[in-house]
Design a protein around this ligand. Structure first.
Ligand code: BTN
Length: 252
């Protein structure tokens, strides 16, 4: 990542702190430490690689050199983490669209999908400090050409830039700008989210109270919760994940 280029693309957000490094453990950890210590907000942390990238549900996020890894620390004044995740997904898609990157889609709640494979994800973490409510929204996109580890092959894939010249700094900057613009308008972004979410209208497998269930995804509420019709009635999923059934009966 070229920090100078990133700052230039973000010049229309004058108060934004921008910190760009070749390698970190996790940009989310860096952003959380900054916010906890009372650093100025909003602040954006980006890195070329992460040595301990974090994913949702306690998973790790493989972060080889050349990908796109960044976290935005913001004062969120009561906005729910679920809304921040959906806003980040919408912002990444709008940024990709505006660069002409072949269509990205969303798999509820935080997966960025292209051509049926995961190309990125979002991890939102809240923290309360200094009497102000803050959150860190981390976005990771397999935007480089590095080979993914064996456990991800077949599931994840590198971003296809199409005819757009690969420009990670521009993609990160546009995503952050869309997020900052969208924040005061939450949940106005949800119509876009629903329009680009692959999960709607599909059969999904999910876990509730320790049991596996399946159901038809019938809606996504404005706060990001997933609504499913199951054999036992309606279910509302606020966290966790919902794997989607494919034509051959497998789930992804
Ligand atoms: C997921 O797919 O489960 C979420 C992945 C989120 C990864 C990003 S990369 C930038 C930021 N730093 C982290 O450690 N995680 C997020």
């Amino acid at each position: 990542m070229d920090g100078r280029k990133l700052r230039e693309y973000l010049s229309e957000a004058p108060g934004l702190v921008v910190d760009c490094r070749p390698s970190v453990d996790s940009t989310n950890l860096l952003a959380k430490a900054w916010a906890r210590e009372g650093g100025a907000l909003p602040a954006l942390f980006a890195a070329d690689r992460q040595t301990a990238g974090r994913g949702r549900l306690g998973r790790s996020f493989e972060s080889p050199e050349g990908g796109l890894y960044f976290s935005l620390a913001i004062a969120c004044e009561g906005t729910e983490p679920g809304s921040l995740t959906t806003l980040a997904a919408v912002s990444a898609l709008k940024a990709a669209d505006s660069l002409g990157i072949p269509a990205l889609a969303i798999k509820w709640v935080n997966d960025l999908i292209q051509g049926g494979r995961k190309v990125g994800g979002i991890l939102t973490e809240g923290l309360a400090g200094g009497g102000m409510s803050c959150a860190v929204i981390g976005i990771g996109i397999n935007a480089g050409s590095a080979q993914l580890g064996p456990e991800l092959r077949g599931k994840a894939s590198p971003l296809d830039w199409g005819t757009a010249p690969p420009d990670r700094e521009r993609l990160a900057a546009l995503t952050a700008l869309f997020m900052m613009r969208g924040l005061p308008e939450v949940p106005a972004h949800m119509d876009f989210y629903r329009a680009r979410c692959l999960s709607l209208g599909r059969y999904a497998r999910f876990e509730r109270e320790g049991r596996q269930e399946t159901g038809l995804v019938t809606g996504i509420l404005d706060d990001g919760a997933l609504l499913l019709q199951t054999a036992h009635g309606e279910a509302l999923l606020r966290s966790g994940e919902a794997s989607l059934r494919t034509e051959d009966g497998s789930y992804f």
